[in-house]
Design a protein around this ligand. Structure first.
Ligand code: ADP
Ligand code: MG
Length: 575
């Protein structure tokens, strides 16, 4: 037709398409998960926009997804009556604007098909997975609220370009029509499609419909076959998992739901499902993942809790519901009290939201405490006992941010921290462990910060501690320095950096050592004076020290001063 235009994929999209289709063919079936999840997202969006404009429902208020196929034409079609796409949106979202994660995604592809297939969902490049099984995809859509003659048809063979044209489309929403490749005809089967839906999309909270099949005898009773009828049936559970009672939900269902909302392929380490009653009523289903997402360090973006109000989806990544240092938590919070038209701004100010955040924070910390307890529980399985260390390796550094962010829970967070030490190369020493083996007369928890474990271990500042057999915690995370500023003591014992000020070993030093130190200080006075004079612009002070055993000299900073580690970091950052 006249209005047809051909456009090129944006360069990164084209590259991505190539990669997707060439690296994922052994994991074909995920395309259905991705397309159904898009259909479900589109319905969520409609529901949300319709809160302020009910007419968007037009004459079809019941939201649903339909999957149909045509053996003769070799097509598979996924249709939703969600928000739909305008022509402009089709151009942008399906071809010209690469998602922020695209480049990152491509750099992460490992060549291992299984792992790469998992990445696809995580990075939100799902639509293109259709090209794993299709050599042409046609999308027909009309955005809710637009007149019927302003529909759009988008079509592409998945290589360099795509075409768009205006069409008339009576029904609202989107149909994605996959023209299947010759080697993908296995998806033209009700049984096959049902089993994939069951595997990945069972908990999508709206109905997924397929045509019913019926046995038809052959002519003269010879043979026979399954034929499609005109009747549609729901093929998924279609109930929001979190609204069901705990006792009716199996472990596998909890895990499947986690995979669906997180796009993670690994099982979560733990979850917690509760209905909270009282002045603020809500249901929470929160999960601790087993590994970090690619954007864990993006404090702006990352937040993994979806907000629902009375089962109506309101928003993803509701940051106000969880403190930033718990941004790795995934899950759902469904409030009975918030207004349906709640905005992000309103969320920040709501008292109910504050109560939900506090309750959810406590819940997550309890989950972590449980995992930490399992670690020491000899009757627990090996797998369970390994969970806390696994969690800590992935998220420990993020958890530490909580020391500076959540004063109310600082003590609970401190108990959850683990460090390497002069007695353990693996970071598994808790502050409580440390305290339990402190030397008689030791009055502080000693620690040192450095860039690497090797640098920390070889620091001359540790010499006297080693000689006296005093354990020192070795801290090598970038956030340690900052986080430790907020932790002055643990359980009544002060935290003391061995690189700061005069190390006062107090009662650990015997009388003869003290005397020897005083005599040495006296004897070296003239030398110190000369050194001070020579270094006067570069050193604040020059002192005789008892912290060294083998090395002749070392640098320290004054007690209130910025540590050398932090100073180096700031210098690197150009400050
Ligand atoms: P994501 O779902 O992570 O945004 P996708 O590649 O799966 O990434 O989809 C890209 C975009 O295409 C979506 O964000 C959405 O704007 C649009 N889209 C895809 N499928 C549909 C659909 N069924 N209805 C409306 N919009 C859709
Ligand atoms: Mg998607």
């Amino acid at each position: 037709s006249q209005n047809k235009q051909t456009l090129s994929f944006q360069a990164e999209v084209a590259q991505l398409l190539h990669l997707v289709t060439h690296s994922l063919y052994s994991n074909k079936e995920i395309f259905l998960r991705e397309l159904v999840s898009n259909a479900s997202d589109a319905c969520d969006k409609l529901r949300f926009e319709a809160l302020s404009d009910n007419s968007l429902y037009e004459d079809a208020p019941k939201l649903e997804v339909r999957i149909a196929f045509d053996k003769q034409a070799r097509t598979l079609t996924i249709t939703d009556n969600g928000i739909g796409l305008s022509q402009q949106e089709a151009i942008e979202n399906l071809g010209t604007i690469a998602k922020s994660g695209t480049r990152e995604f491509m750099s992460r592809l490992s060549g291992d098909q299984k792992a790469d297939a998992q990445l696809i969902g995580q990075f939100g490049v799902g639509f293109y997975s259709g090209f794993i099984v299709a050599d042409r995809i046609t999308v027909e859509s009309r955005r809710a609220g637009l007149p019927t003659d302003q529909g759009v048809r988008w079509t592409s063979g998945g290589t360099g370009d795509f075409e768009v044209e205006t069409i008339t489309r009576p029904q609202r929403g989107t149909s994605v029509i996959l023209h299947l490749k010759e080697d993908a005809t296995e998806y033209l089967s009700t049984w096959k499609l049902k089993s994939i839906v069951g595997k990945y999309s069972d908990h999508i909270s709206l109905p997924i419909l397929m045509r019913k099949e019926e046995w038809k005898e052959g002519e003269d009773n010879k043979g026979g076959e399954m034929v499609l009828t005109d009747e549609w049936e729901t093929v998924n559970q279609a109930s929001a998992l979190w609204t069901r009672s705990k006792k009716d939900i199996s472990e596998d269902q909890y895990k499947a739901f986690y995979r669906q909302i997180s796009h993670d392929h690994e099982d979560p380490l733990a979850w917690s499902h509760n209905r909270v009653e009282g002045s603020t009523e809500y249901t929470q289903l929160l999960y601790i993942p087993a590994h970090a997402p690619f954007d864990l360090w993006n404090r702006e973006k990352a937040a993994g809790v979806k907000l629902y109000v009375k089962r109506v989806f309101i928003m993803d990544d509701a940051q106000a519901l969880m403190p930033v240092y718990l941004r790795f938590v995934r899950g759902v919070i469904d409030s009975a009290d918030l207004p349906l038209n709640v905005s992000r701004e309103l969320l920040q100010e709501s008292r109910d939201v504050r109560a939900i955040r506090e309750g959810s924070t406590k819940r997550v910390l309890s989950m972590l405490e449980e995992l930490a307890k399992l670690e020491k529980d000899e009757s627990a399985s090996e797998e369970d006992r390994a969970k806390y260390a696994k969690f800590y390796a992935e998220f420990g550094a993020v958890l530490k941010e909580g020391l500076g962010e959540d004063f109310g829970n600082r003590d609970r967070i401190a108990k959850l921290l683990r460090f390497a030490s002069t007695q353990s190369d693996t970071p598994n020493v808790s502050l409580a462990d440390y305290k339990a083996r402190m030397k008689e007369g030791q009055e502080a928890i000693y620690y040192i910060t450095a860039d690497t474990l090797a640098a920390a271990k070889n620091s001359p500042q540790l010499e006297v501690f080693r000689k006296k057999g005093i354990e020192v915690l070795l801290m090598t995370d970038r956030v340690d320095e900052w986080a430790l500023n907020y932790l002055h003591e643990f359980d009544g014992t002060p935290m003391q950096s061995v690189a700061k000020g005069a190390v006062d070993l107090g009662k650990l030093q015997d009388e003869t050592e003290k005397k020897a130190a005083e005599e040495a200080a006296e004897a070296f006075k003239p030398v110190l004076a000369k050194l001070k004079e020579a270094l006067k612009d570069r050193a604040e002070d020059v002192r005789v020290t008892s912290r060294l055993v083998d090395s002749p000299a070392c640098l320290v900073v004054s007690d209130g001063g910025m540590s050398m580690q932090l100073a180096r970091m700031l210098k690197q950052a150009g400050q």
